[in-house]
Design a protein around this ligand. Sequence first.
Ligand code: N01
Length: 486
Amino acid sequence: MTHHRVVIIGSGFSGLGMAIRLKQAGIEDFVILERAGDLGGTWRDNTYPGCQCDVESNLYSYSFAPRATWSRTYAPQAEIWDYLRECARKFALEKHIRYQHEVQSATWDDAAARWRIETAGGPFTAGVLVAATGPLSEPSIPAIPGLNEFPGPRFHSAAWDHGVDLAGKRVAVIGTGASAVQFVPRIQPEAARLYLFQRTPPWVLPHRDRPVRGLARALYRTVPAWQRVVRSFVYWSRELFVRPFMRPRPNSLPERLARTHLERQVADPGLRARLAPSYAIGCKRILISNVYYPAIQQPNVELVTDDIREVRGRAIVTGDGHEREVDVIILATGFRVTEMPFASRVTGRDGKSLADRWRPSPSAYRGVAVAGFPNLFFLLGPNTGLGHTSVLVMVEAQLRYVMGSLRHLERSGMSAIEVRREAQDGFDAEVQSRLRDTVWNAGGCRSWYLDSTGRNTTIWPGMTWPYVNMLRRFDPAAYHLSQRPA
Ligand code: N01
């Protein structure tokens, strides 16, 4: 059994960010437990064709590790994954990572004031546990009758099977979210036939991606302050962009832009009507693409808007009884965001699991701390997701806050720190009240932002700067400290 001052779960953007901040503070006694054989989280797993970040790389990167060499303004997956490996090398993180160490359980031991962690690679104990498991790490597999019996290849977009050759095949894609919009234009030219099963049409805006030319790269390299200016510009344009659609209003500016994009790219009024969303823009994540609408109008593509009833043998059967025979099924059905399977493996002070504590609906103080779970911090926890800008803005605010709490705990000489229940409940009530009339709650759509009770436990209600400001300083009054028995 090895003990560490801090144990981080997950080596994606937030887990690595935590590790870097610890190192910068001179703390070396930590490990990162990673269930896979490589680092990178969602950017390691999502290797589907066309995978690309939909936020500009100058903002979708750590502020403390800018990169001058992005090839495009919106970097492709391989480059982002490479960036994370580069950061791990630059900050000497590799020696701290324990691969193939999936966490099976984490239990708070009150007498010893530490976390006892069982993993696939052996047990650990931790003074402080940081859960950086990521909201987009558990693929959601739809409960379609007969899907498991489909005799051909079938895979989720987040676990792309590159061994399956799609050339000349009849391919079914289920789902039209952010992932499908990126890979459908890539696989359409290969497939003999592509059936795209759309349950709800997304809002799509034009993409402004372009190559980063030599001059810009040279400027970023030689005048780093210039890249910081560009980053700030991107940040504030996105902050301002969210305002016109935060409250659902018909015909908002972003909605008009998206409608014009649809009208320009799709001439057939019948198809256009089937692609036109009937909910307010922003209610679901807004997608960006210049190639999605053109791809789905190719003669080998059929957009299917009837509900899927079942998979029968090789056929996908829709509600109207129509059967479409396919060779491959690709599930672009998103992630289990609000259930967080990891929660059932964490047991707190009173012997209750986090999943029980979070039933029927999760919440956390400032998205990072939960009463009953001392010395445990979440990165990108409940209500700190975003629909309009880089989640790394939230992650960096949380890193600063967690570092503040570690310093506070150390200075106090105590062994445990736990958020007060009333602080957590008060924060949650305020977030929920601010969310009530926003597009994410009242936009007229069903989205993964809402959990099974209809509560929005995913999204931060609006601009990010108030959150960043709030987390600038650790607030000891919201916590109580305790000492382990002598
Ligand atoms: O998943 P989604 P995603 N039968 O949940 C449909 C991030 N991301 O993987 O809308 C039929 O958006 C579902 O239909 P409906 C980003 O945060 C980022 O595409 O629920 N259809 C929907 O169309 C994003 O939001 C990047 O009616 C079913 C689709 O599947 C998040 O990941 C790139 C169904 C799921 O869409 C998830 O995106 C890619 C069923 N039973 C992803 N179940 C960046 O660029 C679900 N659907 C940063």
